[in-house]
Design a protein around this ligand. Sequence first.
Ligand code: NAP
Length: 288
Amino acid sequence: MSSNDKSGTFQLGNFNLSRLGYGAMQLAGPGVFGPPKDPGAARAVLRQAVTSGVNHIDTADFYGPHITNQIIREALHPYPTGLVIVTKVGARRGADASWAPAFSPEDLTQAVHDNLRNLGVDVLDVVNLRAMFDVHHPAEGSLEAALTVLADLQRKGLVRHIGLSNVTAKQIADGRRICEIVCVQNYYNLAHRTDDALIDELAAQGIAYVPFFPLGGFTPLQSSTLSDVARGLDATPMQVALAWLLRRSQNILLIPGTSSVAHLRENLAASQLTLARQTLEQLNGIAP
Ligand SMILES: NC(=O)c1ccc[n+]([C@@H]2O[C@H](COP(=O)([O-])OP(=O)(O)OC[C@H]3O[C@@H](n4cnc5c(N)ncnc54)[C@H](OP(=O)(O)O)[C@@H]3O)[C@@H](O)[C@H]2O)c1
């Protein structure tokens, strides 16, 4: 880990992860579909992340589809020791770039094999089952059959650890009766705090919480309070948003996404920001 990284680490199953990782979704083309305009620039971002000490990359074979994983392989294979790649299954892309559920045993098995092939590995470090009862939000529905398939692939040695994404507290509790759940990846950031109670519950259970859209995703966070705080700290609003997440709970692991080396550097420097109590209170006021 880089000596500049003050984010600390979290034990996720067998893996000791720096809390500040990288999300690869921005490396595909527009709408997370097709190739990026500049594949060389995409590879450069990944190489810079690893050079800077990132040892946690989040991806999915349905980004592109296939393309993001192929770029990760081209940029980083053979992977450095200690690098953990977390992927997702449960969705497929239509020819029109749409997102559809892919939850049958055949779909899930195919997705695991697609990830193995496109990433160029014999075993996937962590696979998140991405619930699709509602594409945008957690919604109740049984994950039992799908998790049973994944647990079977885990027993066969193709998957090391299993996590859940876009899920409710009930789905996590039910899932833990089927297999060990090491992480949960849901939508959460400074302005969108539906999962506050869930994060605290997961922290007590030693389960990582990995917010997606930590910077607001497709509509980056905008708030005059955030801008004012950032100005006062001589930092950028994005850095403050990430520093707030690091302070929010020790089980939070960050995977901010970017297609830019400059933004990557900026995001990784967020761990060096210290937020005073009064500043935290101001930031806590942003969420409705
Ligand atoms: N499980 C799920 O359902 C799910 C859903 C969405 C995402 N994810 C994962 O979560 C990761 C993070 O989410 P995300 O990438 O969608 O959203 P995000 O990290 O909240 O924000 C990414 C957006 O912020 C911009 N950005 C990044 N750093 C910036 C900076 N320092 N200054 C200004 N703009 C900056 C990026 O543009 P530039 O490229 O120009 O920097 C991009 O438009 C993804 O990469 C993916 O791995 C998971």
